[in-house]
Ligand binder design. Structure first.
Ligand code: BTN
Length: 250
């Protein structure tokens, strides 16, 4: 795999920290203070990294890229669009066959490469904090075992890449800004075909779980609003959100 460097720059420049509680807390403060959109905070280590459903998110030091930023415009499908922007950039910069597990996990060969946590805050001006944990570098062998034990993987596993965080963040932020503008003017329908092309969920038998419900079925299609249509034993069912999506091996 090669890391095809493209020199693009993006303002505002991200701020880098050695150790923080959670980069998403820094982005939340930026949102409360009305800082410019895409103000971004990146850290080598998080002592209180958080994931979805209240889970802890471990950051593997310099092997992973943990960053959060604030945006003021978005919708229910912001996580979908963020994941697609990441896929576009990773595919532009590398040859890794990265896909999207609905709604917004990035996977390679079914293993999790990246987690995205989008939180909405209702301050005077409502804002979103997008937190991204992306395994990017070549991990030491013991860390690799830790990662694979929990079903994870890293871009660095596929080749000797050593991208700079600045270059990656510049390319991603530029792509995301364009995509958020399109989301706000046209809606998710503008992304639907490409999202479906990179989907790791469509065309598979899956189980979608929420806190109260479990639905099994064949992931038939994606709607214009980003939800998933499952073909179940009782007919078609639209899934708007799920805590986990498990693939059912036949
Ligand atoms: C998930 O559970 O899949 C989402 C994980 C999101 C982790 C990132 S790392 C950067 C940012 N800071 C946090 O505390 N969480 C997010």
């Amino acid at each position: 795999m090669t890391w095809n460097k493209t020199k693009v720059t993006f303002e505002p420049k991200p701020q880098f920290f050695e150790e923080v509680g959670s980069t998403s807390d820094l982005a939340k403060m930026a949102g409360e203070e009305g800082k410019v959109a895409f103000s971004c905070f990146c850290a080598n280590k998080q002592t209180k990294g958080r994931g979805r459903q209240g889970r802890t998110w471990f950051t593997l030091g310099e092997e992973s890229l943990a960053f959060s930023f604030v945006v003021y415009e978005g919708s229910y499908v912001l996580p979908h669009v963020v994941s697609l922007s990441l896929v576009k950039v990773i595919r532009k910069l590398t040859s890794v066959n990265v896909k999207i597990k609905w709604p917004n996990d990035l996977v390679v060969d079914g293993k999790k490469l990246c987690g995205i946590l989008v939180e909405k805050f209702n301050s005077d001006t409502p804002f979103y904090v997008v937190g991204i944990g992306l395994n990017i570098f070549k991990p030491e062998i013991n860390k690799l075992a830790e990662l694979t034990d929990v079903g994870g993987t890293t871009l660095g596993l596929y080749d000797d890449i050593n991208p700079s965080r600045e270059d990656f963040l510049d390319a991603f932020m530029l792509q995301l800004k364009t995509d958020i503008e399109l989301l706000n003017s046209v809606g998710f329908v503008a992304f639907k075909d490409l999202y479906a092309e990179y989907s790791d969920t469509l065309g598979k038998n899956i189980v979608a779980r929420t806190q109260t419900e479990e639905t099994s079925g064949f992931a038939k299609e994606l709607t214009d609003r980003g939800s998933l249509i499952l073909e179940t034993e009782k007919g078609l069912k639209e899934i708007l959100a799920a805590e986990t999506i498990m693939e059912q091996k036949s």
